[in-house]
Design a protein around this ligand. Sequence first.
Ligand code: NAD
Length: 296
Amino acid sequence: MSSDKTTVAVIGLGIMGSPMAVNLVKAGYDVVGYNRSKAKTEALVAQGGRAAESVADAVSAADVVVTMLPDSPDVEAVVLGEEGIVANARPRSLWIDASTIRPDVSVRLAELAGRRAIRAVDAPVSGGEAGAIEASLSIMVGGSADDVEAARPVLDAVGSTVVHVGPAGAGQTVKAANQLIVAGTIELVAEALVFLDAHGVDAEAAVKVLAGGLAGNRILDRKAAGMIAREFAPGFRVDLHHKDLGIVTSAAREAGVAIPLGAVVAQLMGALRARGHGSLDHSALRLLVDELSGRN
Ligand code: NAD
């Protein structure tokens, strides 16, 4: 570790965490990474980062800790466990949770971290693997104004749109809304592609013109080519979007909000997963539409 650099610990070096950690190295931070399966630290180390042996090892000398883990229980374990962040991070250090988790869990963990003088910011991201690699993520940030300002240089190194949306947990609420829109849009694009196919229309030509009009959207731009070719390497796994739609439906229910289309898409995502496709990209919703239409 070099003493003049800010040390950032990154816990969870998967599809998103690994390129984010690499971009932090490129931005000049001293980055120490930890992942449960050790091989995933390789990309970070190749770029000049360091690999830690445990969460405690990673966070004990860090100024900033970034978590990028799958789900609420994973974040709870890494934050509250004996070897975890609350027990081992330095007082006044900043914990940025970039994972997508339940807003209520986020609020509770921020409160528990605060009791140990660890400053917590929830900063879930959107933009997918490509956005993580390009450091162009859209980041929805919850926390106190001071803590969010302290987190901003780190967030600017991995994202291009960083917006403070409210107090602790608010970032996760905005992310849940994001996942509702993304899932619904993928389903509509999938239905459109199967519809075009059934009518014998060239899907690539159709997407080109659709993308230029009011139907244009990022799913068409980024996912349609793979959906046409039926290539569904993740990207964003069906398992994770299923988790997120669970967050959306329960948070909507708690708020007394009806999300009829969201509820249908949540069922479709669950069915895709139940059919054994949990590790495919979420754009594999197309497979289900093919199947429902007798076209596979
Ligand atoms: P991933 O499964 O590829 O990565 C998660 C990593 O965490 C894995 O490498 C896993 O080994 C590691 N891990 C799990 N438990 C651990 C523990 N206790 N200690 C250390 N490491 C542990 O998932 P991902 O796609 O990178 O997503 C991470 C988070 O970001 C999720 O909450 C997801 O919903 C969100 N997200 C993903 C995308 C995307 O496109 N992939 C986009 C936006 C947000």
